[in-house]
Design a protein around this ligand. Sequence first.
Ligand code: PAF
Length: 294
Amino acid sequence: MTAQFTRGKLHVLSEPDEVAKLTRALRGVGRKVTLVPTMGALHGGHRELLRRARRIQNTVLAASIFVNPLQFGPGEDLDRYPRTMDADLQKCRAEGVELVFAPTATTMYGEDAQVTVHPGPLGDQLEGAVRPGHFAGVLTIVAKLLNIVRPDYVFFGEKDYQQLVLIRRLVRDLDLDVRVIGVPIVREPDGLALSSRNAYLTPEEREQAGCLFLALSEAAERSRAGERNPAVLVATMAREVGATPLAALDYAAVVDEATFEPPAELDGPARALIAARFPSAHLIDTLRLPAAAG
Ligand code: PAF
């Protein structure tokens, strides 16, 4: 194929220049590239992203593994974030990934990087209000990854729904030439959305963590039954989390799926979002609200 690339084999590169050179060479011989950005600690949700990404025919499947310090605030879990590179590479190999980009913080940001991507007002709401600066960190690393790899397609999970909306805006507003594809959440049998942070939960917290999905499901049920007032759905979700001893509600919200604005009344595709703090982990989840039945 190209001098450095053998089809069907996993290539692991850490230098941005090497990756840029390789993907440029691949594009030069007509290959498209699909990227799945991750922070590692790969679980079933990531595997689903990789499987969906692999369905795009005739592309090289690439994943990035990088715990991005810029998206963690002071006092957040940067130091204890799980790092499981060997297991991650095995999973990538099993899912047919051909290129893993695993840079270090120094190769990504050097000693003195100063310019970041400003997410705009949406970056300060909901998850952005709970984690100030988080979305600037996410959009900066995503812009850098897209610029280095130059993929034709990039895949993200819908669990981080506000992140997905902001990344779509990043691509639109900065005229980036890539197609963004969102992938539905993978859940545990009790509904808990798969997340690398679930590993922090104590057995007791884990038992109660299903309350996020329960809260979303109750809101969805009321919406299906004809409730059109978002405030009622938000109160329903808050009640469910409020009744869970180890959970503290960070936010519950209903937004218009396209604009991310809170609608005065539900009259189009809408989404419920929820976040709660357990003593050991901050968890988020989301569900599309069905239109009223009949
Ligand atoms: O969703 C994540 O895992 C991260 O926020 C991302 C998109 C890989 C950026 O670091």
